[in-house]
Write a protein that binds this ligand. Sequence first.
Ligand SMILES: Nc1ncnc2c1ncn2[C@@H]1O[C@H](COP(=O)(O)OP(=O)(O)O)[C@@H](O)[C@H]1O
Ligand SMILES: [Mg+2]
Length: 368
Amino acid sequence: MVTARTLRLRDVRSYEREELSLGPTLTVIHGPNGAGKTNLLEALYFACTGRSCRTSNGREFVRFGQSTARVELDVEAGDGVHELAVGFEPGTPRHVAADGGTVERLADVPFRPLACVFLPDDLELIKGSPGTRRDHVDRLVAGLWPARAGTRAEYSRALAQRNALLSRIRSGEGGRDSVAAWDLELGRHAIALRDTRIEAVEAIRGPAAEISTDLGLPGGLEVSYRARSQAQEPEEFAAELAERLDGDLQRGFTGHGPHRDELLLQRDGRELRSYGSQGEQRLALLSLLLAEREALAESRGRPPLLLLDDVMSELDASRRELLVDRVTRAGQTVMTTTDLAHVPLEGVQDARTVAVESARVVDGQPAR
Ligand SMILES: Nc1ncnc2c1ncn2[C@@H]1O[C@H](COP(=O)(O)OP(=O)(O)O)[C@@H](O)[C@H]1O
Ligand SMILES: [Mg+2]
């Protein structure tokens, strides 16, 4: 079990210098629009993962007019309190330190909290291209089973080599028969990648259906994996590739394999990306995230820190209670809201509320 205790920020977004204490179960950050609530969630995510959950342009994370941002997180683990620090200057590699010593990879820090974040406006995962969802499944795989984190990269490497070979054949530099040896190799990685993705999807399918139904998505969220190939052996996959070689040579790249598979997010048998309302898409995204958190908690033995941005305004009163009940069953949650009255805190042990105004934490106290 790891618990995030205190977050310190320097020149992060709208914050110059600030400190935020977190409760062990639920912390509610409340304040008016623009106060800096989401910025705090983003900073927490940054401390846990070394990247922003809001932007791929790191410059935005650094306070206007400053050159570097820094976040520090005190974490309580079984063996005492540790400090994680991430310093960031756009254009240079970020600097990560654990208990004051530089570390290469945040993922290797044993007391790093895992993190799951829900940003209601970021529906890219639901609405975006299949590639976005594949990337997401591959990140889930890496989270569930860190030892398999390289499966995707291994497949991509083999695929790139085959594609390079296709180009050479097209330009007359190589013969068609040289492909066969690559196809077996690619088949091995393709099957490994597909099967591990299917396993990850299986781990979240049940919880996603249950949670989404609880939260009021009619019919529930159906998560499934659509694989192009059903091959069980590399030879079988290689044969499928061989059949398609003419087409691949015409196009100049490989058109068959898990790089074309799909993570389907459906309701009532229809894809949410095309048929879901904005509200349904948000509920689906939230349910998916909560399901992933449960799966991660099970496989890693500790629930990820859950960061929920402005989720309560979407839900009616009974569902707010359901959500609070579910997220406080295990692990630590930080949520933001403009209206504290939207968060049913009765019965939540050790809840904490934090008031934020104009990029200042003005008041942090245990809720009654
Ligand atoms: N890099 C930055 N430097 C300074 N201020 C920023 C930066 N990025 C965003 N802001 C400011 O942060 C505020 C929004 O904070 P945010 O956490 O999104 O508010 P909310 O409480 O509504 O979630 C805005 O006033 C915005 O101008
Ligand atoms: Mg916000």
